[in-house]
Design a binder for this molecule. Structure first.
Ligand SMILES: Cc1ncc(COP(=O)(O)O)c(C=O)c1O
Length: 401
């Protein structure tokens, strides 16, 4: 009684045990580079232009709605696929913005962010050995998502400066094994907004090869220079062939709330809801109540986020340009991809380390968006979802490179 527990296991045995308990799935990928950059930024007191989360407040109305919901005791599990008022608000938003009709009872699943929405969708529709097409560079989660499903990635290149794809290369990536293509528009990390013509090419191939489009549309309202966001589900033949993933994170500046949603035809939603239920049970109940208020914000809210982010984009573009970066001007999302070949560093990781440790600004090495790290060795990504003064401070520091 009361004696401390001592271990008699020798280091070699610990190493063996570690190998035994490391699954094949988890050994196929590393931890997130983006989130690692945030930790390094904190350690070195660097301005964090790495991970895409705002350093300014969320809208007052929705913060108040979340507080009210907790006070009103929305504190127990919501229905696993989402609180009814929130699903109704999602259906109303899609009707209003895109003229799309989704049945809140059978076609909408609320989940823990787009992150859970994407992995739940992939787990629900793929079998081991299926192929999933991903445009590269890609948001880093899609790699581990596919690996966790034992699905094979087929990568199709987006080429700078416009990040266009070669339709022939895309066609060659499709086969009878292709179960889905992941489409993220507006795109992280490139800032590309896929045009209707490009979406038509993708939609035609999806239909020819009996493939699903799983879309990540979390930057739908963050678009610039008159670009417009077209959900591929609105194209002929695509409504029931698309799994549309979205989230509150970016549109309402609440990345920490972890509330997202998936829209899909009833047969797909059936499988997605089952996976979702056993992964997480459900998203935070009071925050879904606040989500109703968020989704009902007036049109002026959405206009304002577009114009505000455009100003932040222009400020950072200007500062990066002035410091010698070659910038790829984004049409959407809140990131700027830059070419660093002019600085003479051996690769993107050593350049970012230099930025964090000696200059005091954090960014993300381009290699984290490619399956072959050499492919991103001359690129790094900055985010601009920050206060103007944060961007100015980063800009001042970057002059010292
Ligand atoms: C393209 C993309 N998808 C998904 C996410 C994560 O979304 P959520 O916070 O809703 O899980 C991010 C976050 O940066 C992202 O850039």
């Amino acid at each position: 009684m009361g004696s401390s527990v001592k271990t008699s296991v020798r280091p070699v045995e610990i190493a063996q045990r570690r190998a035994r308990f490391r699954s094949r799935r988890s050994s196929q990928f590393t931890e997130s580079v983006i989130r690692e950059m945030t930790r390094l930024a904190i350690e070195h007191n660097a301005v964090n232009l790495a991970q895409g989360f705002p350093d300014f407040g969320a809208p007052e109305e929705i913060k108040r709605a979340a507080q009210d919901a907790i006070a009103a005791d929305f504190n127990q599990y919501a229905i696993t696929w989402g609180a009814k008022p929130f699903r109704d608000a999602i259906a109303a938003k899609y009707r209003k913005w895109y003229g799309m009709d989704y049945d809140p009872e059978r076609e909408i699943t609320v989940c823990c962010g787009a992150t859970e929405g994407m992995i739940a969708a992939l787990l629900a529709v793929t079998n081991p050995g299926d192929e999933v097409i991903i445009f590269e560079p890609y948001y880093e989660n899609y790699g581990p998502d596919a690996l966790l499903c034992d699905a094979e990635r087929k990568l199709v290149k987006l080429s700078p400066p416009d990040w266009t794809f070669d339709p022939d290369e895309l066609r060659r990536a499709f086969s009878s094994k292709t179960k889905a293509i992941i489409l993220n528009s507006p795109n992280n990390p490139t800032g590309k907004v896929f045009t209707r013509a490009e979406l038509e090419v993708i939609a035609n191939l999806c239909q020819e090869f009996d493939t699903l489009a799983i879309t990540d549309e979390i930057y739908e309202h963050i678009i610039y220079d008159g670009a417009s966001h077209v959900p591929i589900a609105t194209l002929p033949g695509m409504r029931d062939r698309t799994v549309l993933v979205n989230s509150m994170s970016k549109t309402y500046s609440v990345t920490g709330w972890r509330v997202g949603f998936v829209l899909a035809a009833p047969d797909l939603t059936d499988s997605i809801r089952k996976v979702h239920d056993f992964l997480t049970v459900g998203a935070a109940a009071p925050l879904q109540q606040a989500g109703v208020v968020a989704l009902n914000l007036p049109d002026t809210y959405y206009e304002k986020i577009g114009t505000e982010y455009q100003k932040r984009r222009d400020l950072l573009l200007n500062r990066l340009d002035g410091s010698g970066f070659r910038c790829f001007r984004p049409n959407g999302a809140y990131y700027i991809m830059t070419d660093i070949s002019g600085f003479g560093f051996s690769d993107d990781v050593s350049f970012v380390r230099h930025l964090i440790e000696n200059i005091g600004v954090a960014a993300v090495p381009g290699s984290s968006f490619f399956s072959d790290s050499n492919a991103g060795a001359t690129l790094i990504r900055f985010c601009f979802c920050k206060k103007y003064e944060t961007l100015e401070k980063a800009g001042d520091r970057l002059r010292r490179i």
